[in-house]
Each structure stands twice: as C-alpha cells, then as structure tokens.
Design a protein around this ligand. Sequence first.
Ligand SMILES: Cc1ncc(COP(=O)(O)O)c(C=O)c1O
Length: 472
Amino acid sequence: MDTHESLLELIGNTPLVRLRTPGDGRHAPVYAKLEYLSAGGSVKDRIGLRMIEEAEKSGALKPGGTVVEATSGNTGVGLAMVAAAKGYRAILVISDKASAEKVAALRAYGAEVLVGRGGLPAEHPEHLFNVAARIAEETPGGWLAGQYDNPANPDAHYAGTGPEIWRQTDGRVTHLVSCVGTGGTISGTGRYLKEASGGAVRVIGADPEASVYGGGDGRPYFVEAAGHFRHPETVEDIWPKSFHQDVVDEILSIGDRESLLTIRRLAREEGLLVGGSAGTAVAAALRVAADLSPDDLVVVMLPDSGKQYLSKYFDDEWLLRLGFLDGDASLPRVGDALPAELRERPMPYLHHHSTVGQALDALRARRTDGAEPVLSAGPCPVGPGRQPAASELVGTVSLEQLEAALSEGRATPGDPVGDHLAAPLPQFGSGQGAEAVLAELAERGLGTAAVLHDGYAVGLVGPAELRALLDG
Ligand SMILES: Cc1ncc(COP(=O)(O)O)c(C=O)c1O
C-alpha cells in the first residue's frame, strides 16, 4: 500500500521546482521550495509539529493539554492542525484586524479563537502576546508555543528543511534565499546548509524595504508575515530569539511593489500562486542569480499559497487604490495632478501627540484653510524618503474645527490633537483615473484627498487640482 498512517507524515518534504529566470542559461538556476504543498498549506506546519513534539518530550505539554499561541497567520493553522490530529485543545489569540477568512480557517480546525486588540505596543498588558501568555498560565495544562523565541522553530528547519534541500539538490545548492519573520526558516535551514557544505553555502535574507532587519525604519508595509515592523511606541525593539543573525550573510531589501508584481507574474507566467513574502524572496533570488554563473544553484523559499490573499495582492482594484499599479497611462491620472516638486517635499501633517495649541500654531503658520492629515506617532519624522504609510493617516484637523472646539469648551489648548480628530482623508492611488476620482469626490461630498504611491502618501489633491489637470 502507498498510504500514510497520519496526516502528520505529510508535513514538509516539499518539492523544489525550477523558476524561469530572465537570461536563462547565462545565470544561476533558481529552484523554488513550494512550502504551500505541505499538509496545512505553509512552511509553518513544520514548526507547529516540531514545537508540539518538543513540548511533549519535555513534559511541558501533556495529554489533554491546551496549545496556546498569539497568531492569526500560518503558525496558527500549523498548530491548530497538529493539535487537532493529536487531540489537543488549541486556543489562538488573534488581532481584531485579521481577516474573517483567517478566523474561520482556525475555527474550522476546531481551535478556540479569542479576538484581541491589534496594534498595541509590546509593553501593553493587552498586547496579543501578553494575553496569550496569561491564558497559557491560567489554563490548567496550558502550554504557550511562543514561535518567536522557541528553539524548536529553527530546529524544525535544521532537522527538516535544510536536509531536504541538500538531498534534493544533491549537495549542489550554493545560495539560500528566504524571508525573515520569526527568523526560524532562515536560521535553521541556513545553519544546516552551511554545515553540510563546509561553510560554502551563502545565506541571503529577503526583507521588505521598511523592515528593520534590512535597515528600514520599521514603518508599516504591505507584505504580510515577513520582516519586522516597529510599533511607533515600542520602547525597546527586541528581535526574536528564533532569528540567528550570525547565519545570514546578507539582507536584500525589496519594496512592496516589486514583491507584489513578482507574485502576479509568478501566477500568470509560471502557474505558481503564492503569497506576498514569496514575492519578496523570489525578487531577491532573481537579483542574486543574475550575479552568478550557471554552475551556482539558488534555492528560494516560497512560504505559502496566494489563495489567502486573493482579495488583496491579486485584486487589481486593491492594488490600484494603494498606488501599486500605474493605471492607464493614456488618460490623466491622479498622480499627474501632483506637481513633481511636491512629491519630493514631505506632505504637510500633524502628529496625534501634538497639542491642540501646537496644531493651531502650525496650521496658522502654514495658512492651511482645509483639513490637514494627522498621523499616528511614527518611529522617525516624516520627510523625503519617509512618506507616511496609508494606515498611519488616522484622521484630520482643520483650523475651523479646532477653533470651534476651543470656543465651545470641548477642547483645551493642552489636549492631544488626537482626541479631536475628524474623519481621515479619502485615499486614492496615483494610477487611478483623475476623472473617476473627481466624480467620486463630488459624489461623496469630499474635498482634499491623499494620493498614495506604493502604499505611502505622497501628497494631497483636491477637486481644483484634478479639474486643472483634466482641463489641461
Ligand atoms: C507567509 C510567510 N512568509 C514568511 C514567513 C517568515 O518565516 P520565519 O518566521 O520562519 O522567519 C512567515 C512566517 O510567519 C510566513 O507566514
């Protein structure tokens, strides 16, 4: 019989498939490790199994026990699947920002899902990690998986992913490219391949441009599950213990646009439907391969399937609205209404920690008569090359509104301006057609709008600028 006694035998052992590379034959071949073909659909099945098995061995997880973790992502699925197959209860703490599909997937495996507040700094007692730790402690038989610091995470890759790649390439692999989230994949796989090759294999991290691992400032970005975002109120930025930096030779930073366009191309031209972080990794791998000879061999990790992201990365409307697509160049587009010199300048903004008094001074000094965007606290000042992310534009204030609040006694000059916000500005992608956007502004009775390019706000436009462009 060609059968398996348990689903757990179908975790890992994923195939390597050659990618089509530009200039094929002249550069190094690139082989993609298709982690979406693992039983639970991602690279995280491996650590779900390994972390649970190690906890069983150490006695931290006993029969009838409860697996607890704070994650809405692939690790949640990996843990929920293994817990179901082994008969454990699973409690997953997830952010209220996670999609309904993710919650449904975890519940489908029988996990109990607790929805907590996302977006809090690590030090906050209600931060999801702290909630999960408390639940694990208070639940009889509770065990916290803790993928960020659990040695079983990199160990799963040292014991599984690394040896698989070495065997599959017959020891010919020369370069490993992987994203870094918890760091487990790159640390464990990289360490094994270095040891097996006597130190010859080079290990390259692929990182979203804004992530702090590759030297970014930690502002928000759109490729999920890769890199390290820095919450603006984080006091001490602690990196996961699962990330062994000594294993990594180099980190390449890849912008969201390049990652997202790469996965669209992989799906359309190679039939590989993979998630955003796979795009980051493949974009980096192609750069690496272009500098190598056909005698080298690059392996790139594709962590999960694109099916989870159909309504985002694979939706033209979503991409266009965030400024990831350039739109129809034969028609006037919203971005064309922004003078070039404006794009080089930081757009005007106020900080939600500023006081009402400071905001009034700034608005008067800038002679702003309309609504001005207010930003959530950022890790560094906004400036050229540091445009605010779409999600950081949390509201607006105007002179008129603040003066009214003061005179009516609803505000004092010392209040944080964040307590007196009006609705955020509408946002449009730079590639959207100017005519349609003008019509939408009129229909919704809106004035100024923020223009997004590659997910970041690059300037403000209103009906006057759009009309001028259209009359043009
Ligand atoms: C889709 C995806 N890509 C990349 C990663 C990064 O992998 P690691 O946590 O092993 O560094 C993860 C992990 O969360 C992931 O879910």
